[in-house]
Structure formats: C-alpha cells, structure tokens
Design a protein around this ligand. Structure first.
Ligand code: ADP
Length: 477
C-alpha cells in the first residue's frame, strides 16, 4: 500500500488548543491516519493559550524570515510528537500571543502569516507532503497562496490540497484592501470572483475555489450547504464545486472519551457493568446543586450558547419541559440573552434546573456520564460531537434532524433507534420529541436498555480516517 505524506494545517488541535469541534477533530484525525501507516504531521500556530506544560517542552527546529507583503517577519518552528505524529508550532509572539484566538483586529494578517510560514517551512524540514489538508476559514487561503505564489517552484508543483469546512458560518471576511496589503496575490483572483463575496475578500470562498477537494463533516451537511437555506451565501460556489465536495462524518476519540477509564467522572462503567451510571447521576446532581434524591430523568446540555444550538426553541417551553418531569442541567456560555434565560429558568425551578454558565471540561464529562438524555435541538449542525460523546457514555440523544445529527441518530420506535429526533425547527416539535422521551423514561428498564444499546454505536475515528485516506488516494491518481 502506498504510504502517503500528509500535512494537517489547522488553527486548533486538542489537547494543545481548542475552542470547539475543530480542535477535537484535528486532535484525533492525524493519529487515526498514522494508524493506517501514513507519514502524517500537523502544524499549528504557537498560541499563548497553549498550556505551558506543552509549550515548555517544544523542541526548536529552525527559524527563518518570511514576507507578508511589506512586513518582514520572524518565523520559529518548534516541534513535539504526539501519538507518533510530529506536531509543528509556528512561533511569532507578536502574532500569536493575544487575548483571544480569533478576535484580533488583524486576524487576516495573523493567518496569512501562518499559511506562508507553513508553506515555507516545508523545504527547510525536507518534508514534501503529497497532501496538504487545511481546516476552516483560518487556512482557507493556503490553496490560493500555493496556487498564486509557490506553484512555480518545483518543490510545490505537485502538492495537492484538501479543504475541510467544519462550520460554514464562520468565513473570515475582510475588506478588499487586504489583497494588496496582506495577501499579495494577483488581482485576477478578485476580479474572477473566486475570492470575492459581497464586495469582500472571503477566506472560506478561497478554500472552496482553490482546493483540489473539499470536504465537510457529515453527508447531510454536505447536501444542506448547497442550498440557499444553509449555504450562508456560498451555496452557489459550493454547487459549482459539487463534484469535488464530499461529506465525511467525524469520529470521536475512543481513548479520550471512555466511561470505563475516564478519571473526570464519579464512577467508571461500561455496557456490561452499568451500575456506575447511577453513581454518576448522584455525583452530577450534587455538583450542580440539585437534590440528590430527586426523581425524574436528567436531561443534559453542553454547548456554545449561540443561535446555531437552538436555545431559542426551548426559551418558550421551559415550563412545559419541567412539567414533563425532567431535571435539566445546562452547561455553556455565549449570547447574554440565552445565558440570562437559563439563569432565569434555574432561579424559577431551583430543585430541577441547573444553569452552569461557563466552559468546564470536567463538568462536561460529568454531564455526559450522569445524564439520561442529552439535548441538541440545533438550527444547523455540521457534524456535532456532543451527541456522539453522549452515546459513548450511554446517554440517549434528543436531536433535531439536521446535518450530522441526522446522520448519527435514528429515532427510537420502541424497538430500533438510538434517540429521539424531530424535524421542524419549532418548539412544538421539540416538545413532542421530549414527550416521547419522558414517556420512555417512565419505564426505567426500557430506558436502561436503550442507554446500554446506544453504547454499541461505532463513532471511532477508524472508519472516518479510511474515508479521508480514500480521498487522498484519489488525488494521487
Ligand atoms: P461546536 O464545534 O459547534 O462547538 P460540537 O458539538 O462539534 O460543537 O463540539 C463541541 C465540543 O466542545 C464538545 O466536545 C463539547 O463537549 C465541548 N463544549 C462545548 N461547550 C462546552 C462547555 N461550556 N464546557 C465544556 N465543554 C464544552
């Protein structure tokens, strides 16, 4: 079998730096490709947000200077190895020691610098990838710069690119002045419309138009983003590249997410030894200040409190959900009106609703483990990891049929199925799914049976990594 040389280029990868699903995916995919025996490497910006325990252990490999048009910049390349995969970190403190990952006023310069540094480090490492795999808007201009600035040099001439859209909503949109000031590419790319969208330069659109193949993180989302409903204005560009666009569902790390070995939860358990789930229920209730002896199923929610996650659907039906007998545990932060609503609901029902407005890695695990149901009523969801993690922890997902949620959860009909689903984006439809879940929960035995059976689902990375492997191979043919 042909051994491929693959470079993953991303702004996030767990455990180093993560703000959401992107970090989880790039944290796991390289290791899964390595298990298929490829030479895979990963490169990230060296953010100050990376915990010191990792940053302090990096080995310095080389340094050089690069130009971002008129800016002459230092590039340091540092390295560590994780799961047999070399991880490179691009060091320039002025660029990456910032208060936040993506909120800087000059993020177009940050990521143009990053992409140039990545491309120019390759000959210095003597590593010529067959495939450069880019992720999300932050690296969307890599295929463009490769095409415009580097292809003419023999080293770069036959490198192929894959571009993965993790969330089409975040596109990297900047004024046209950055073409001359920052990107330094030919004006033709703007005039042809290939990087232009509504009078601005759009990094996501550059990735879509200049990569050899495009993927997104579920088959359903790959179909949805070609429509004006969920295309975020780029549906036409995506339809034009339809033959090169594929949906590959994400996996989750089965070593990281494992109720039999998880140190963060109150008691370990597995499919044959399920008693630990009960202890996790009590521990969770204690943690979030709900009565430990309360009755009724626990429904957990973990996620960013943004429009995408469907918070507005339960804004109007909080009372009805509590009336159904659920205990609700929310964990997340984001829009202040959503945060306020959850705090209000917790204040109104102190014995059955808890609202933890924060980012908390440990509590998230405890919610996955201690809940009976896990709620994701998303407006859209490219893939969604929460529902897969929940199933891994024997927790039944309640989801809206969109994107990856549709691809990973089948409605339970009393015999088959892995969760409760609803199609319409309306409080009534959500409520009706919740009524079915509440009805099931009245029969404790049946609920436990379903919880154990969802643990049989396979969301490991192996299957997805094979799909990426096939795609990379197509590009070599
Ligand atoms: P997205 O990438 O849109 O945020 P995903 O479901 O793909 O959504 O991934 C979200 C990941 O981030 C999951 O691993 C989830 O558990 C985690 N997460 C989200 N919000 C929080 C939070 N407030 N505390 C802890 N973990 C969180």
């Amino acid at each position: 079998m042909e051994k491929l040389k693959i470079l993953q280029v991303s702004s996030e990868a767990a455990p180093y730096v993560k703000s959401g699903g992107l970090g989880d995916v790039v944290g796991s995919l390289p290791g899964a490709l390595k298990d298929l025996d490829h030479d895979v490497r990963c490169v990230l910006p060296e953010y100050n947000q990376i915990p010191l325990k990792y940053r302090s252990r990096l080995e310095h490999i080389c340094h050089f200077r690069t130009d971002v048009v008129w800016r002459d910049e230092y590039v340091g390349v540092n390295r560590t190895v994780k799961d047999g995969v070399p991880h490179y970190f691009i060091d320039n403190k002025e660029k990456f020691y910032r208060d936040s990952l993506y909120d800087s006023y000059d993020r177009h310069v940050q990521f143009t610098f990053f992409v140039r540094a990545v491309l120019e480090m390759l000959p210095r490492l003597d590593f010529k990838p067959d495939i450069i795999h880019c992720h999300d808007w932050q690296t969307g201009i890599l295929p463009l710069l490769l095409h415009d600035n580097y292809r003419q040099f023999p080293f770069y001439s036959d490198i192929k690119t894959v571009y993965t859209i993790h969330n089409l909503k975040y596109q990297g949109v900047f004024g046209p002045e950055i073409i001359e000031d920052t990107l330094g590419v030919d004006y033709e790319h703007w005039q042809s419309g290939r990087i232009r969208h509504q009078g601005n330069v759009n990094f996501m659109k550059a990735g879509i138009n200049y990569a050899d193949k495009i993927t997104t993180v579920s088959p359903t989302y790959a179909r949805e983003i070609r429509t004006s409903d969920l295309g975020e204005g780029l549906d036409y560009a995506l339809r034009m590249r339809g033959d090169d666009l594929e949906g590959i569902i994400n996996g989750i790390s089965y070593s990281e997410f494992n109720p039999a070995l998880d140190d963060e939860i109150f008691a370990s358990y597995d499919i044959d030894n399920f008693q630990g789930k009960e202890e996790n229920r009590r521990g969770l209730l204690r943690d979030v200040g709900l009565p430990v002896d309360c009755e009724g199923p626990i429904m957990g929610f973990v996620g960013r409190l943004v429009e995408q996650k469907g918070i507005e659907l339960f804004q109007g039906i909080g009372d009805d959900i509590v009336d159904l007998g659920f205990n609700l545990v929310f964990l997340g932060s984001g829009r202040s009106d959503y945060e306020d609503y959850l705090r209000y609901l917790a204040g109104r029902y102190p014995d059955s609703v808890a609202a933890e407005i924060k980012y908390d890695f440990t509590l998230a695990r405890r919610i996955y483990a201690g809940s009976d149901f896990f709620l994701m009523p998303s407006l859209f969801e490219p893939c969604g990891l929460g529902q897969m993690i929940a199933m891994r922890y024997g927790t039944v997902p309640i989801v809206r049929e969109t994107g990856g949620l549709k691809d990973t959860v089948d409605n339970y009909d009393g015999e088959d199925g892995t969760g409760f689903t609803f199609a319409d984006y309306s409080p009534e439809s959500l409520l009706s799914a919740l009524e079915s879940a509440a009805e099931l929960a009245e029969n404790r035995e049946e609920l436990r049976e379903l919880q154990r059976s969802v643990m049989n689902e396979d969301f490991s990375w192996q299957r997805s990594a094979r799909k990426y492997e096939e795609l990379y191979k197509q590009l070599r043919e």
